[in-house]
Design a binder for this molecule. Structure first.
Ligand SMILES: Cc1cc2nc3c(=O)[nH]c(=O)nc-3n(C[C@H](O)[C@H](O)[C@H](O)COP(=O)(O)OP(=O)(O)OC[C@H]3O[C@@H](n4cnc5c(N)ncnc54)[C@H](O)[C@@H]3O)c2cc1C
Ligand SMILES: *[C@@H]1O[C@H](CO)[C@@H](O)[C@H](O)[C@H]1NC(C)=O
Ligand SMILES: *[C@@H]1O[C@H](CO)[C@@H](O)[C@H](O)[C@H]1NC(C)=O
Length: 318
């Protein structure tokens, strides 16, 4: 289920990692090219900022943004692609296969060690492709990894990093039957999610989900290992009775394991739900940094509003 991830050692700032990497000055760095990072990059570029988006995946939208109910699989490329095209038009640049390993907050801005995350160059340490980005402004929109990244920013007090919880949501698709629904059905919410509801993708495929599975992992564990998102077909046993509450005719054998996504949460299973945290100078005193924590559902729907909020915070120093 787990496989070791990327080219990082756990220790912070071992000098040799930083020693040989060339430095590059940049205005504004957005870490993460999910829908939220893309929306922020677009909004900042539209305000005339020079934006570099650094993404560890091979392209945009490969994280939680393509693992939710609203936009499924290929569907992500409509909103995400248009956000990327709107961002690029306004002058944002993208660095894919590039991971921010750690950083250093100072009065001039933030220095970040960025290394290649291509599978062929996985190392314990940064390699000859590493670079130090010296940014005036950094927006940490790293989704599941936002809290662990914030903790790897030297000079940023760890007291401002909230505890994260992770709740997986699995989907099952309906096979061999004509779609019995033409609209979405939302059953009564369960703790941690909306309940196992019906989704229809752009090709008319029906899926049920997501359920809520609290993962016994902290943010370091989530960061250091790559998660296997495949769905155990045994979970179907829980789905049948849930779905039959609103679709009693659901035949045995008609559910096929599909995909899953992980919600980054700031509230645990016993806590009341928590709001998104968009953290800027007013919260932590550092003018060059905005952190986005706990951007779970409905982060996709809220992405443009989140981007506006971030820009306002940065422009008005709030
Ligand atoms: C099961 C489920 C159902 C959902 N349903 C809905 C819904 O119905 N409606 C809705 O609005 N929202 C829903 N959501 C929430 C929505 O999907 C997310 O809020 C949204 O996609 C978050 O986008 P993001 O850009 O913050 O994160 P992500 O898409 O995860 O993007 C973060 C990016 O940062 C990159 N990254 C991380 N660390 C680093 C690093 N160190 N260096 C470089 N890059 C890095 C990752 O590779 C990733 O691409 C759901 C989520 C889940 C899991
Ligand atoms: C990123 O890495 C993948 C896998 O190695 C590769 O196929 C892809 O071309 C790379 N993308 C870029 C933009 O370099
Ligand atoms: C981090 O910043 C401090 C203060 O500006 C500086 O002394 C230190 O050398 C920096 N460390 C690295 C690894 O860049």
């Amino acid at each position: 289920m787990w496989r070791t991830w990327r080219c990082l050692g756990r220790g912070l700032h071992t000098c040799d990692k930083w020693a040989h990497a060339p430095k590059e000055k940049v205005d504004c760095v957005v870490v993460g090219a999910g829908v939220v990072g893309l929306a922020i990059a677009r909004a900042m570029a539209m305000r005339g900022r020079e934006v570099l988006v650094v993404e560890s995946g091979p392209t945009f939208g490969t994280g939680t943004s393509s693992r939710n109910s609203e936009v499924i699989h290929a569907g992500i490329y409509y909103p995400a692609n248009s956000l990327k095209a709107d961002a690029e038009l306004h002058g944002a640049t993208f660095a894919f296969n590039s991971s921010v390993l750690e950083g250093n907050v100072s009065s001039e801005g933030i220095e970040m060690l960025v290394c290649s995350s291509e599978p062929s160059t996985v190392h314990d340490q940064a390699d000859e492709n590493s670079i130090i980005l010296c940014a005036k402004t950094v927006i940490n929109s790293a989704g599941l990894h936002a809290t662990s990244l914030a903790r790897r920013l030297r000079g940023f007090p760890a007291t401002f990093v909230p505890k994260s919880y992770f709740a997986r949501g699995c989907y099952f698709s309906l096979v061999g039957l004509k779609p019995p629904f033409s609209h979405l059905v939302y059953p009564i919410p369960e703790k941690g999610g909306l309940g196992v509801h019906v989704t229809l993708d752009l090709s008319g495929q029906i899926r049920f989900g997501p359920d809520v599975e609290w993962l016994d992992l902290d943010s370091d564990a989530i960061y250091e290992h790559e998660f296997d998102f495949s769905v155990d077909s045994k979970r179907a046993e829980k789905f049948y009775p849930e779905i039959r509450k609103y679709y009693p005719a659901l035949p045995d054998g008609s559910l096929k394991a599909d995909y899953s996504g992980i919600r980054p949460k700031l509230a645990g299973p016993l806590d009341p739900p928590a709001d998104f945290v968009i953290q800027g100078q007013r919260d932590h005193g550092i003018s060059s940094l905005v952190n986005l924590f706990g951007i779970e559902s409905p982060g996709l729907t809220a992405s443009l509003a989140i981007a506006d909020r971030v820009c306002t915070m940065l422009c008005e120093g709030k």
